[in-house]
Design a protein around this ligand. Structure first.
Ligand SMILES: Cc1cc2nc3c(=O)[nH]c(=O)nc-3n(C[C@H](O)[C@H](O)[C@H](O)COP(=O)(O)OP(=O)(O)OC[C@H]3O[C@@H](n4cnc5c(N)ncnc54)[C@H](O)[C@@H]3O)c2cc1C
Length: 344
């Protein structure tokens, strides 16, 4: 079978690796590098070279059994590492690290700060009590409501839970309190973050995470097409036609595919290059600025609900109308004349 895999993150790469053993696989990647969130950069610091991971960095021996098996299969070496949490609040100047008692009180004045002691008590209480949410949690309960209902202190919320959650999920601190409490606590429990002692051993890939990516994609490296974003995948094919395809497995002609809405144009093989070039030239004639707004808008709206998409379109169209190219384009369209773009 000819199979297209979209994306060279861990999901696409593992799928492509398994599928390429028996099938003709092509992998499309929108970005200019292979690996998705796995992204390693070479940095020179004080004369020494370092491979720095800015996306996927660590894994552990509790929750990654399949990943560990994959690393063994492809022969990628891992090294033990430490994971600890540090927080520094610019407003209050409070700073600590959770790795040891000494680092917890690295600012010795916190020994005399009652609010700091209250935060530590709250951490221990949260580790103990929040476990009740693992199996019986109300999925609609947000982290913010849970903490408020259980009277957790301000310092625990602002200097521990919010920065810790925002760091783990690389997310805006403002949004952490809206996070589902059950999911938050399950993640913490699964990764040993509710324990003071019994914690998983964290590991990194020797030489940076890119080392495993190169080994993983080796069997299909030449089948990866970088800088090629897939426009859309459509399932909008009628149920009857879909059932026929499924039950018969027969090949559909290009004309039939067009009738079904699977493709938008059919051209003969000898005209394919010319037709593609004509289409590309036609698009290239338009204003680059207006095209980029349109393309961005398409991607942003395609997965939104109708009302959200309408709201988005209203905003985008208004912004677009401010551009001189958009105004010229509309004028030319209404006057049925060719448009002269300023931003081609
Ligand atoms: C900053 C950061 C740090 C992280 N650290 C860790 C960590 O230490 N440990 C851990 O376990 N997890 C970590 N994660 C989470 C982990 O990296 C992700 O869960 C994982 O990488 C997701 O893999 P994926 O293949 O699903 O998606 P991605 O890695 O996002 O890959 C998706 C790929 O698809 C491509 N793509 C998207 N749309 C198209 C299109 N239309 N056409 C073609 N290509 C397309 C993208 O360019 C991308 O390369 C981290 C995430 C982030 C953001």
């Amino acid at each position: 079978m000819r199979i297209a895999v979209i994306g060279t993150g861990i999901s696409g790469n593992v799928a492509a690796r398994h599928l390429c053993r028996e099938h003709d696989v092509t992998v499309f990647e929108a970005a200019g590098h292979v690996g998705g969130h796995t992204h390693t950069h070479d940095i020179t610091w004080r004369g020494e070279k370092h491979a720095i991971d800015t996306g996927f960095i660590v894994f552990n021996d509790w929750t990654y059994p399949n990943f560990i098996a994959l690393l063994e299969e492809i022969g990628a070496a891992a090294l033990p590492t430490e994971m600890s949490f540090s927080s520094r609040c610019e407003a209050s100047g409070i700073e600590y690290n959770g790795a040891s008692l000494n680092k917890l009180f690295s600012q010795r004045r916190n020994l005399l700060r009652p609010a700091f002691h209250a935060m530590i008590r709250d951490i221990l209480r949260f580790n103990r009590e929040s476990r009740e949410l693992i199996n019986h949690g109300d999925e609609g309960l947000t982290l913010g409501s849970y903490l408020a209902e259980n009277n957790y202190g301000r310092m625990f919320v602002n200097n521990y839970i919010i920065p810790m959650g925002a760091a783990i999920w690389s997310t805006d601190p403002q949004q952490m309190l809206d996070f589902p409490a059950g999911h938050f606590v399950r993640f913490f429990a699964n990764h040993g973050l509710l324990n003071i002692k019994d914690r998983p051993q964290w590991r990194v890939i020797a030489g940076g995470s890119r080392e495993y990516v190169e080994k993983l994609v080796a069997p299909f490296r030449e089948r990866i097409r970088l800088n090629e974003a897939v426009l859309a995948i459509s399932r909008a094919i009628g149920r009857r036609a879909a059932m026929e395809m499924l039950l018969t497995g027969r090949y559909f002609s290009a004309q039939e595919a067009k009738q079904l809405g699977l493709v938008n144009r059919v051209v003969s093989l000898e005209n394919l290059n010319d037709e593609t070039e004509t289409l590309a030239n036609q698009i290239a004639e338009a204003s680059r600025f207006v095209l980029s707004i349109g393309k961005q808008g398409f991607y942003a709206q395609v997965d939104q609900s109708d009302s959200n998409a309408m709201h988005y379109a209203k905003h985008t169209i208004t912004m677009n109308l401010k551009a001189i190219d958009a105004q010229n384009g509309i004028k030319a369209f209404l006057n049925k004349e060719a448009c002269v773009w300023q931003n081609c």
